[in-house]
Design a protein around this ligand. Structure first.
Ligand code: A3P
Length: 295
């Protein structure tokens, strides 16, 4: 009999050396010709950097803290995911095309693969970066439970693949560097997962300002509460419990797993940590970006 592992989708395709889901690659011309609009706001992240969290924050701000309105649909249906494709379902581009403006969209694409109209339309970009070690750990557990991704293999095997950028959406290093380097050339609000954890109020205020919203203190406090890890873990509209087990098997690892800074310490061996720090130094040389690895 086929074990779940063997039945997992393992087709791997690339665009310009970056592994993406095969359906995304098959739909590439529709994605690249996507027509952005000047009032679009694009939420951009490397996978597992707090995408769902920032999506919920953006929606709560947009809905002026109205929890019921935010419960109108599961989070993955509220913001079209530009490169998403899973025929015969409508693609992310199809969904974005149907969405009334102002649109709030999501992508994991690195800058060099973004549909060019996003740049020419001078849209707003909201980028969230998470420290590489925690991001890597979170992605490992996601690889294990997602039936859309190939098997990650052992932690040691996956460790090599991650540092070599041989994971979907490519290298964490290139992704973060790419977005960081252009942050002053476009309307980009660049946030860090660790800052959002340390001082959610401050970071949510920045998002509010960036979106041109002015909400009072009581609404802001409500948004802070409702977007906490604990609340989002129990909220069926954010915890992915509406996604079938055949796509996300949360008995292997929950989507809302830990939501902390520093879990990498429970996964990295001392040798791996030293090796990673050296690779990090080489790959990030010359950039001014600074990450916090523990709170
Ligand atoms: P962990 O696996 O470390 O727990 P994404 O939405 O980009 O896929 O990222 C998922 C990661 O963000 C998971 O990390 C998840 O637990 C964490 N996360 C989701 N909501 C969060 C919240 N409100 N606060 C803190 N972390 C959150």
């Amino acid at each position: 009999a086929l074990t779940p592992e063997l039945s997992k989708q393992t087709k791997r395709k690339e665009i310009a050396g970056i592994a993406l889901m095969s359906e995304t690659v098959d739909n590439w011309s529709q994605i690249q010709t996507f027509k952005a609009k000047p009032d679009d706001l694009l939420i951009c992240t490397y996978p597992k950097s707090g995408t769902t969290w920032i999506q919920e924050i953006v929606d709560m701000i947009e809905q002026n803290g109205d929890v019921e309105k935010c419960r109108r649909a599961a989070i993955q249906h509220r913001h079209p995911f530009i490169e998403w494709a899973r025929p015969p379902q409508p693609s992310g581009v199809d969904k974005a095309n149907e969405m009334p403006s102002p649109r709030r969209l999501k992508t994991h694409l690195p800058t060099q693969l973004l549909p060019p109209s996003f740049w020419t339309s001078n849209c707003k970009f909201l980028y969230v970066a998470r420290n590489a070690k925690d991001c890597m750990v979170s992605y490992y557990h996601f690889y294990r439970m997602s039936k859309m991704l190939p098997e990650p293999g052992s932690w040691d095997e996956y460790f090599e693949n991650f540092i070599n950028g041989k994971v979907n959406w490519g290298s964490w290093f290139d992704h973060v560097k790419g977005w960081w380097e252009i942050r002053d050339r476009y309307q980009i609000l660049f946030l860090f997962y660790e800052d959002m954890k340390r001082d959610p109020k401050h970071e949510i205020q920045k998002v509010m300002q960036f979106m041109g919203k002015n909400l009072d203190e009581a609404v802001l406090d409500k948004i802070i509460q409702e977007t906490s890890f604990e609340r989002m873990k129990e909220n069926p509209m954010t915890n992915r419990s509406t996604v079938p087990k055949s796509i996300l098997d949360q008995s292997i690892s929950p989507f809302m797993r830990k939501g902390t800074v520093g879990d990498w310490k429970n996964h990295f061996t001392v040798a791996q940590n030293e090796r990673f720090d050296e690779i990090y130094r080489q790959k990030m040389e010359g950039t001014s970006i600074n990450f916090c690895m523990e709170l």
